[in-house]
Design a protein around this ligand. Structure first.
Ligand code: 4AD
Length: 465
């Protein structure tokens, strides 16, 4: 059953004259007057399909002439130097086994023509056969491998944090509830509230919004750790950068402050972008041609320049002085909206910004209070073209200050007792961040919408497939 990936043929791993077997799907087929058929066969291993020459001497040539886009084939043939333009090598078929027909070419949704990206979303199960989603898939894979490599090379341990949890890490109340209770017949206590003691876990349970609180516990023993897993947010945001299910990478570092993890984030982004430029030149050339002209130069600039560090307070002044009419007015204390982030990253600086020291009232309970008492040691990284891709902070490691914050925010000590223990037993300064993986993939490929960089997007009203 061994066969050769198309990429190996195209990069010349097999000598001209060697016999190989390639397997894949027909992208296009055309007949020549000279009595042969040219088949573009792809198998997902690289951007380009390989050209297969089928001579009319093949015993099933009449069937081959009926092949249409989407049919699956096993081709055995000889590697040849190509006479055609654009690619150096092709395969002259000695035999072609038709593995699967397309039952009616007129109804095949991925017929070889340009489809709109919205149309492709309706066919999440077939869209990986297209150029664009194939390229996204390979870049996404390259990025995730590079992320693991980056942390592994620096001695970080990958920690699996739970998906089912009782904690709302971000305190934003945007959690999906998980329950085995009968929704039509919920058990209630004397006050009429739902009685979760009868539920599977004996208490209210959700899908996690972030692995951070859990990974902090391992940080307080293993020093340098990270999570890489799916996270869930029930925020009803129908935007091009929000998903209900997305993947997040969350490193956490002991004996580290905000500046240390800002540097770590910058190094990581440069490392993974460099990996894509080196390993996925074929896909990036496609994105530059078809999706976003400056996508490669933008990545090269990111790899080679220092990120700009800016305080939230200074950013507010810059926005006020910009003379721009923003939909959401700017005032110290407001959260930056995407129009503000875009103005700062795209128009004002033109490079990624590490925005630091936000007002405490707009940030989560676990962030470390700065000496001014008004701001927290938080950072967001804003990238031109997409806005926020990273959110992070130094964590409050002082038990008394932390308890005060819990009280201010109306959160109970009991709910966070295990988290408080980390501050009671050998507390250390520590910091970390969360990188939204789909936002990174969108930024790197130039794709406009995060729905097109995750295989099966989950958004309000959409969980089919
Ligand atoms: O800023 P957030 O909410 O931070 C946290 O969850 C922290 N616990 C991370 C940490 O410090 N360990 O989310 C982090 C990143 C955002 O910057 C964004 O890139 C992405 O996660 N993100 C989303 N991506 C897609 N869809 C959504 N609904 C997202 N919400 C956040």
């Amino acid at each position: 059953m061994t066969h050769t990936p198309v990429v190996d043929v195209l990069v010349g791993k097999h000598a001209v004259g060697e016999t190989v077997t390639v397997k894949g799907w027909v992208r296009t087929r055309r007949d020549s007057k000279a009595g042969l058929s040219f088949i573009a066969l792809h198998d997902g291993s690289c951007f380009d399909p390989v050209q297969v020459i089928a001579l009319n001497s093949l015993q099933n040539y009449s069937d081959i002439q009926k092949l249409t886009a989407g049919c699956s084939l096993s081709v055995t043939g000889q590697v040849k130097a190509s006479m055609g333009q654009g690619q150096a090598l092709e395969i002259e078929a000695q035999s072609i086994e038709i593995v699967g027909w397309v039952e009616n070419p007129d109804t095949y949704p991925m017929a070889a023509k340009r489809h709109s990206i919205e149309y492709l979303r309706e066919f999440a199960h077939l869209r990986p056969r297209t150029n664009v989603i194939g390229a996204v898939t390979r870049v996404r894979n390259c990025l995730s491998q590079a992320i693991h490599r980056f942390f592994h090379e620096r001695g970080y341990l990958w920690i699996s944090t739970p998906i089912l949890t009782a904690s709302d890490t971000e305190g934003a109340g945007e959690m999906f509830r998980v329950s085995t209770l009968d929704m039509m017949n919920l058990p209630r206590n004397d006050k009429g509230e739902v009685d979760y003691s009868e539920d599977f876990f004996g208490k209210e349970t959700y899908l996690t919004v972030s692995g951070q609180l859990n990974v902090e516990t391992y940080c307080a023993a293993m020093s340098k750790v990270y999570t890489f897993g799916p996270t869930f947010r029930a925020e009803n945001s129908n935007t091009s950068r929000h998903l209900a299910e997305f993947w997040m990478i969350e490193p956490e570092v002991a004996f580290a402050d905000l500046s240390d993890v800002a540097t770590l984030a910058e190094d990581m982004l440069k490392y993974v972008c460099k990996a894509v430029l080196e390993e996925r030149a074929d896909d990036m050339a496609f994105f530059a041609e078809r999706v976003k002209k400056d996508v490669i130069t933008r990545l090269e600039a990111l790899v080679n320049s220092d990120f700009v560090r800016m305080d939230y307070t200074d950013a507010i002044e810059i926005l006020k002085a910009s003379g721009k009419q923003f939909e959401f007015p700017v005032e110290w204390g407001v959260d930056l909206s995407s129009e503000h982030e875009r103005y700062l990253a795209e128009e004002h600086v033109g490079a990624p910004i590490i925005m630091q020291n936000y007002p405490k009232d707009i940030k989560a309970f676990y962030m470390r209070i700065n000496d001014d008492g008004k701001t927290v040691a938080a950072m967001d990284i804003l990238a031109p073209g997409i806005g926020e891709i990273i959110g992070g902070s130094q964590r409050e490691e002082r038990l008394d200050v932390f308890d005060q914050r819990l009280e201010e925010m109306g959160l109970s000590k009991e709910d966070y007792s295990w988290y408080r223990d980390l501050r009671r037993y050998g507390t250390v300064p520590h910091a970390g961040f969360g990188l939204g993986f789909e936002r990174l993939v969108a930024y790197v490929t130039g794709m406009q919408n995060v729905r097109d960089v995750i295989p099966f997007p989950r958004t309000p009203g959409n969980a089919s497939f």
